[in-house]
Each structure stands twice: as structure tokens, then as C-alpha cells.
Design a protein around this ligand. Sequence first.
Ligand code: BDR
Ligand code: CA
Length: 319
Amino acid sequence: MGKRPFIIDCDTGTDDAIAIAAALYCNEVEIKAITSVNGNVKHEFTSRNNLDLIEYLGFDIPVARGAELPIRYNGYHEDASDTHGVSGLGTIKLPRASRSSFDRRMAPELIYEAALEEKGELELLVIGPMTNIAICLLEHPDLVKLVKHIWFMGGAVIGGNVTTTAEFNIWVDPDAAHIVMQSGIPLTMVGLDVTTAVAMKEEHSLELRACGTKAALLCADLLDYMFIRRDAGGEDAIMHDAMALASAVYPQCLECHDYFVDVECSGEYTRGHTMADLGGRMGRKPNVSVAMKVDGPAFCRWLTDAIMRSKDNENKKCS
Ligand code: BDR
Ligand code: CA
């Protein structure tokens, strides 16, 4: 069987970078393009990080810019630079990519063209705010029929990490998430309910360092940055975004249930909350497969192995 065509839409971001590295070396998928969105840090940084990362790892795939602001901009720039550092990659500085130009297309256009080209087979890994996908849906309603599946990191059935009820990716652009959630495209949600149950440990970083490839060393550096952050009272080495990749290529490590899910776009306390009708009381057709349980050790093993696959493929090119 051929590799499944994927586009990664992201706000790179320390854990986005690890998810991208793992995806590039996955046997199951072929990354057709990387598109960026405003999120963890400003778009000028998330887009630059993607360009630098892809060239640093030796790949030659389109890297496109995307939305700089959420659909309904409230004048306040949300970010997570306290978690990911000012540039988005913690203390890691990648060499500046020599490829000076991004793809000529903006993310929504690139995604739509790729979806047409792949004739219904394209899958999206969405690991930042959903602005680009929502814009694409607004501009091209037929995208619904062209995208096979969206695997996304975002939301939480219970709790949040920005407010009591909202997770960061959804909080940044709830209107976009609402549009995607109600689009009819098959969706798998990997939210805080599962991502915060697992953290990578020093042993994983040591294993990656021993592997010694560029990708493995970079991921080890990113993990070590996260350990310092954790020890200073910040977020642990949680692999939010890589777990969304796992839902697509290693679903055995997750237990998912189908629910009707929608997003609160306003609300004094609940803006950005992903409401899941757990008890089926609303009588609405389920629209999202929601990850509710994770096998932590199996996930960490899979992720470490995926990155270490760079040993066989360090110079592999995707197109
Ligand atoms: C999500 O927000 C970002 O900080 C991470 O990259 C992840 O996508 C977790 O809430
Ligand atoms: Ca992210």
C-alpha cells in the first residue's frame, strides 16, 4: 500500500517541531507540505521555524505561510511564548534556511490545490489553531468532499490550559474551530484529556542522543529544554501534537469514542470550550471521534522509534 498523503498545518512550537520530525520519518505517511498559522508565537516565527526545520532535516517539500490573525481578531495577540520561548523553539536556534522564499501560495490555497490533486485521499494533521482550514472551507466549500480526515490536537472534554474550560489551539480561534467541527469532514480530536496524561522522560532524550541523527539530536535538545522548563515550574515534556499524529498512524495507543462536539465561540466563562455531548442527551449525530484514554508507555515508545527512524532515512526527500 502506498503512503497516505498528509499536510501538516501547525504553529511551530516546540512540541509541533517534534511532531513534524516524527511525521517526516513515518513509514505510513508522505508529508506533501507544511503550512503555518499564528499560535504559539507570532506567525512570522512559526513560518520561519517551519522553513528552517524542513531544510535543516534535509527535506525539500513546500512550506507555505498562512493566517497571521484569528478569523475574529479581538485586538489581543494570544501566544504561548512562556511555554515555547520567544521564537517558538525554546533555546534552540536552527541555521537560517538558505531557501529564501516560501511557497507562492498561502496555506488555504495550497491545501485546496493539494486536496484536488489527491482526489479525496488527502489527510490533514492540524496541530495549531484552525484558522487556515476554516478559511479554506469558507473559500472552497467543496473541500468537505475532498479531505479524507482531519486529525487535530485541540480542545478538552474536561478542563483547559488557558482558561478553566478552554485549550490553547481552540481558545486562539474558536470561530475557526467551530467551522471545522461542523464541516462534515471526518474528525479525530486529540485533546488535553489524553495529551496531559503522558510526558516524555530523560531516558527518551538519552536514547535519541545515542541515535545521533540530526533529527534525533534536535528532538533531544527540545526535550531537554522542556525538562528545564518543567523543573522551573512550567509545562512538562508533554507531546500534545505528536499524539495527534499517533491517532492517525498508531491508533492502537488511544481509545476513542464518537460524540457530538461543538465549540463555544463566546461566553463569559466558556469561550473556546469544546463541548462534547458525552451522554448523548442532545440527540445530535456524532461528528468527532474523541480520544479519551492513552497507553502512555506505548505512545512514548512509538514516538521515540518514529524519530529514530531518521537513522535509515536521514537524507530521504519527499516531494
Ligand atoms: C497545544 O498548544 C500549543 O502550545 C501546543 O503546541 C499544542 O498544539 C496544546 O494546548
Ligand atoms: Ca501546536
